[in-house]
Design a protein around this ligand. Structure first.
Ligand SMILES: Nc1ncnc2c1ncn2[C@@H]1O[C@H](COP(=O)(O)OP(=O)(O)O)[C@@H](O)[C@H]1O
Ligand SMILES: [Mg+2]
Length: 143
């Protein structure tokens, strides 16, 4: 399934993240795509809020993985600085892909091969007027 959303403001993006947070089930993996500053972390923040997580949500660029406790656990990753799959394995990253919580991954391209079958792809593009087009692809319905 493929859906497209228009987010005119960061608030819209948070609301979209929250929508996915409300629907999310244990084991959901969401790959957040888009250039630097596209709004991946804003989406993650909205999703966190829907899970009742009130901590500040920032890209875990240096820690790679940040864990939060909400109505479900949320694992937020930013793999921008990761150089290979092996490093991801060494970090125990695979456990987060098959977890009892929700796993959000920014810059997941480096572990594309490892992403579970049901991964949801959220692709964000920046328009000239700074609004964002968000294309959501749900792998589960891909042939
Ligand atoms: N329509 C919009 N949707 C999301 N973010 C927006 C929008 N317009 C402006 N922004 C701004 O763009 C930035 C996105 O940052 P961030 O989510 O950290 O990006 P990323 O994690 O993709 O690198 C934020 O400062 C946010 O306020
Ligand atoms: Mg980010």
């Amino acid at each position: 399934m493929k859906e497209e959303y228009l987010c005119k403001t960061p608030k819209d993006m948070e609301a979209l993240g929250a929508k996915f947070g409300k629907q999310a089930e244990k084991g959901t993996v969401i790959s957040l795509r888009g250039s630097l500053g596209a709004g991946k972390t804003v989406f993650a923040r909205g999703l966190a809020r829907a899970l009742g997580i009130n901590e500040s949500i920032v890209s875990p660029t240096f820690t790679l993985i940040q864990e939060y406790d909400g109505t479900l656990k949320m694992y937020h990753m930013d793999l921008y600085r990761l150089s290979c799959e092996e490093d991801f394995m060494a970090l125990g990253g695979e456990d987060f892909l098959y977890s009892d919580g929700i796993c959000l991954i920014e810059w997941s391209e480096i572990i594309d091969e490892m992403l579970p079958k049901g991964t949801i792809f959220v692709n964000i593009k920046i328009n000239d007027d700074q609004s964002r087009v968000v294309e959501v692809t749900d792998e589960r319905s891909r042939s």
